[in-house]
Design a protein around this ligand. Structure first.
Ligand code: LFR
Length: 490
């Protein structure tokens, strides 16, 4: 029997609708629709400029994609997107204001203001979430300061996938994995932290009790059935946080690995049963995000391919990613390194200028050519992976013998090899569409076609080619540059 479902996976730079077919313990994919996503600067009525998402356009692409799919063959759809961003709805269920992106500078320095009200330690002990200036908690606090009337008017808080689910079904819900990313969610009580909300004067009435991945949100609305020419279609919440979906699709059931979910961000960590909120975890700024089926993602955000995406854009897309990788290979190794997680790279005016400035300030060779910039980025990312690996091993005391890289970044074979060379571990790369696959697998489990997460991962490992990279660089060469990289962190 062939079972078809549709994954709608929208990332910061692109969105796609992927149809999955499950048959005899194998899953196959067909891309139905792909579209661009980007941040647009908008000025509001008060004259403040914000970096915004265009949710109306994205919703329209979702409908185009559903229409293109052979919808009547499909049992269900599920939506995942990036985390932390949200909409507020008023009493007429209209979106209040623009949907601001987490890259917007409105939260620069807001974290410190929140720490004056609630200490860092208290926030971490309660939420277990790493401190990133764009977490929902700081965004809501920024709204509170600049547009307090928005929060007075608000009746519902929906994260981006929750909002699309609402548009499709008319049902409002807050999905659990994404709720945990807000830093407003208590890891122990598994509910919105009422004290934090109160201390920050954010109305708790706008939040719903979270629903777990695999919950059927509802049937698609009647008016949409008509316009899309569909008889029946269930909307199921997968792990609506894209990283939560991608980790469902790690192609192994062994325990001795770290993963890197590689895309705009590189999310590197391990799966644990329980959150780890120790002093060391706080010091190293690790996060504990809720996963599907009672799993915990103990991981760190690494700036990731965003760095090269921005360089590519600034070079007017003269080169595609493959060409930039080829140019990088021709350049000399370890000429210049950056600390990819320096907040100056979160959303600079010019990524190229920022990288050059960093290298100048740290008295290194300043990369000029596209290949030099690309090489600097890839090598710096690989060293950052090594650093996170060491911290992970220290905090979790887990034996990590290999790294699974999943997601779009898998296509960068040069970075995969560098990761093996610099960490000294075997790297297994694939599947590329891990997020869409994880999204589909949760739908299949919800529909009763797959029994468990273990069975789901077995299916991934049966269905996709996973490429192996073995470390192949002298220890001495790694060591010298590792010392240089660590000096940059201080
Ligand atoms: C990856 C991701 C990360 C999250 C960042 C911002 O797409 O969802 O997990 O930290 O985007 O939402």
């Amino acid at each position: 029997m062939e079972i078809r479902s549709l994954a709608i996976d929208i990332g910061a730079s692109s969105g796609r609708l992927i149809q999955g077919t499950l048959e005899d313990d194998m899953i196959s994919l067909e891309e139905i629709h792909r579209f661009k996503n980007q941040i647009t600067n908008k000025r509001d009525q008060k004259g403040n400029e914000h970096a915004c998402w265009e949710l109306d356009k994205l919703y329209n692409e979702i409908l185009v994609g559903i229409k293109k799919s052979k919808s009547n063959d499909i049992e269900s759809i599920g939506i995942d997107t990036w985390a932390v961003d949200f909409v507020l709805l008023n009493s007429a269920n209209e979106v209040i204001g623009d949907t601001v992106s987490y890259r917007c500078h409105r939260t620069d320095r807001v974290m410190e203001e929140v720490f004056d009200i609630i200490s860092k330690e208290e926030i971490y002990n309660k939420t277990g979430i790493q401190f990133l200036q764009f977490n929902t908690i700081y965004q809501l606090y920024a709204v509170k300061k600049s547009d307090p009337e928005y929060l007075e008017e608000a009746k519902s808080f929906l994260m981006v996938p929750d909002y699309f689910n609402y548009l499709l079904t008319g049902k409002k819900s807050n999905e659990y994995t994404n709720a945990t990313s807000t830093q407003l969610f208590n890891v122990s009580t598994k509910s919105w932290d009422q004290e934090i909300l109160k201390q920050l004067d954010i109305p708790s009435s706008i939040f719903n009790d979270p629903v777990k991945p695999g919950t059927v949100i509802g049937e698609i609305k009647d008016e949409l059935k008509e316009s899309l020419d569909i008889e029946e279609l269930k909307v199921i919440a997968p792990a609506t946080h894209d990283t939560g979906s991608s980790i469902v699709a790690v192609p192994t059931n062994s325990a001795d690995y770290a993963y890197i979910s590689s895309g705009t961000w590189s999310l590197m960590g391990v799966e644990t049963k329980k959150p780890i909120c120790t002093k060391k975890a706080l010091e190293y700024n690790f996060t504990n995000e809720g996963g599907a089926y009672e799993t915990n993602r103990f991981l760190k955000n690494i700036m990731g391919l965003w760095l090269i995406q921005e360089v590519k854009k600034e070079l007017n897309d003269q080169y595609d990613f493959g060409e930039l990788v080829e140019l990088a290979k021709e350049e000399q190794a370890f000429n210049s390194l950056i600390n990819p997680n320096d907040s100056r790279f979160l959303n600079p005016e010019s990524m190229i200028a920022e990288i050059k400035k960093y290298c100048q300030e740290t008295e290194q060779v300043v990369p000029q050519k596209p290949g030099e910039l690309a090489r600097c980025i890839f090598e710096s990312l690989a060293f950052q992976y090594k650093q996170v690996l060491e911290e992970l091993t220290e905090v979790t005391t887990k034996e990590i013998n290999k790294i699974h890289i999943i997601g779009g970044g898998v296509q960068n074979e040069f970075l995969n090899q560098l990761t093996a060379d610099i960490t000294g571990l075997e790297v297994y790369a694939g599947p590329i569409e891990a997020t869409a696959i994880g999204n589909l697998l949760v739908q299949y489990i919800a529909l009763g076609y797959i029994d468990s997460l273990e069975e789901a991962r077995e299916i991934v490992s049966n269905s996709f080619t996973i490429k192996n990279y073995t470390p192949n660089l002298s220890l001495e060469e790694v060591e010298n540059n590792w010392i240089k990289f660590k000096e940059l962190q201080n």
